[in-house]
Design a protein around this ligand. Structure first.
Ligand code: ZN
Length: 498
């Protein structure tokens, strides 16, 4: 029986670039077994060494999570779709009173505001009641990047009374392809300052509060306390889990969005430990992927318009939460929306609260915020750190490499970036072997010669060296510190930086 397995973008490189693969199978387990037999590279991304499915990978048959069916034994029939949904760097609605006080207590609109919001006011679903609720509401946006840009602009335009923005970053030229809240003249300015100016220009009736800080376990609960709705526009796993846990502990709705290349996810997590409402992010993904397994947007790229669409969906959901149940809208609670911009397809999956969830479950064990860098494996325990320091590859700086090349030393330089990156910029006299192929093409590297390995920043080349050593490569391997970016900075500024 033919079953279609949809392969997520992040894993397609391990499945011969295919978006969909058809297999014959009677159960989910059998289908995945067939898939990982024909595409062996996928196996380590889907399964632990002990053979169980990894925690940051969810498998759906049609729109049902197999964890809520019979797991790997879940039967499949001809025409069924199996979806593999990995985590990507992202109940019933609450009682109304918690988001906003009763309408009678809300501030009235001025004549200027009536004129500005007239297209909302004549919609019965919003009306004067809804617009006054928007004016009384407060929203905290985590991040003013790709997702935060449309989100902030639409929330300001819609008349949300108080908007908090948290960001510690500075506007860079490479942000402008998608972060439309910032302009060319803002390059080099703090993002919160640039965003504040743009939002104030869109709507001077909005009270904008800037928090130029990195969201942390120390400040999150105090920050969240003053806002009705929290919107997650982050791009990394530690902050995503931090936002989730802080929202659960503070009882705030968490409007979630995440993006990678041309795929997006959105949902509304509204889980309070003591009230049993919707699922939270941990109910969906109990654990983050190990560092480096899921590429970030900085590594993998992102279609500029994608965060525009996903961020606008987050703005839509935020406005609906503020307007409340009376507006007749259905929030994205316990529903995970998947968007594929390349195939222009939306899919919706059911989410269920996990009674065993460590933060929102019945016997929750997480009662306060933890160290999320450590949770995501980014700061290994001291013993492990010492061990990996020993295993750290030999390194060379860009200027030292240039000196040695000029001196005529016998070096082979292996570039482990992707072919499209090689098209953008390259170091002369290098051989391109993308990271995913270094072990299978190991015979192209001469172990008798000294080998310098490089990538964009130095991270992937360190991984390549590690993989080569593990595969039994005996030659001398040296990592180019800072990659081609350092080469451009220190040796040859004509090499484009990207
Ligand atoms: Zn949960």
């Amino acid at each position: 029986m033919a079953i279609t397995i949809s392969i997520p973008t992040a894993l397609r490189q391990y499945a011969g670039g295919n978006a969909e693969i058809e297999v014959e199978a009677r159960t989910v387990g059998e289908a995945l077994e067939r898939l990982t037999t024909t595409h062996a590279g996928l196996r380590q991304h889907l399964y632990h060494e002990r053979g169980t499915l990894r925690n940051f990978v969810n498998v759906y048959v049609n729109d049902e999570d197999v964890r809520h069916a019979q797991g790997m034994e879940t039967p499949v029939k001809d025409g069924d779709s199996i979806l593999i949904i990995p985590a990507i760097a992202g109940g019933a609605p609450a009682a109304e009173a918690e988001v906003t006080p009763s309408v009678e207590d809300l501030a009235a609109l001025s004549n200027d505001e009536v004129a500005r919001y007239s297209r909302h006011l004549i919609m019965p679903e919003v009306g004067m009641r809804g617009q006054r609720r928007l004016k009384a509401a407060s929203v905290l946006m985590i991040g003013t990047g790709g997702l935060g840009a449309p989100l902030g602009m639409y929330l300001a335009a819609a008349g949300v009374g108080r908007l908090g923005i948290v960001d510690f970053d500075v506007v860079e030229e490479s942000n402008l392809q998608r972060q439309i809240i910032h302009g060319t003249r803002d390059v080099g300015r703090p993002k919160v300052a640039s965003a504040r100016d743009r939002l104030a220009d869109i709507n001077p009736h909005v009270n904008i509060e800037t928090h130029e800080t990195r969201l942390s376990s120390e400040n999150a609960l105090a920050l969240f306390r003053d806002y009705d709705v929290i919107v997650d526009g982050t791009d990394n796993f530690p902050t995503r889990y931090l936002v989730n846990d802080a929202c659960v502990l503070a009882g705030k709705p968490n409007v979630y969005g995440s993006i990678f290349r041309f795929e997006g996810q959105a949902s509304v997590f509204w889980a309070q430990a003591d009230r049993g409402r919707g699922a939270c992010y941990r109910c969906l993904y109990p654990e983050p992927p190990p560092p480096g397994l899921v590429p970030s947007c900085a590594e993998g790229g992102v279609l500029g318009v994608l965060p525009g669409i996903v961020g606008a969906i987050q703005a839509n959901e935020t406005i609906k939460l503020i307007l409340g149940e009376e507006s007749g809208s259905s929030p994205l609670i316990n529903r995970l929306l998947l968007f594929d911009a390349w195939r222009m397809r939306f899919r919706e999956l059911k989410l269920r609260k996990d009674p065993e969830c460590p933060v929102c479950g019945e016997r929750a064990t997480i009662k306060e915020l933890i160290d999320y860098e450590a949770f995501c494996g980014l700061t290994p325990p001291a013993g492990v750190a010492a061990e990996s320091a020993e295993a750290k590859p030999e390194e060379i700086s860009a200027s030292e490499l240039k000196r040695r090349m000029d001196r005529g030393d016998d070096l082979q330089i292996i570039d482990v970036r992707e072919p499209n990156e090689y098209e953008i910029a390259r170091i002369p006299d290098t051989t391109l072997i993308p990271l995913g192929q270094v072990t299978s093409r190991m015979n192209e590297i001469d172990p008798a010669r000294e080998t310098v390995v490089h990538c964009k920043m130095g991270g992937r080349s360190a991984k390549a060296i590690d993989a080569l050593k593990q595969a039994g490569f005996k030659g001398r391997l040296i990592n180019l510190t800072g990659g081609i970016t350092a080469w451009s900075n220190d040796v040859d500024p004509s090499v484009a930086k990207y």
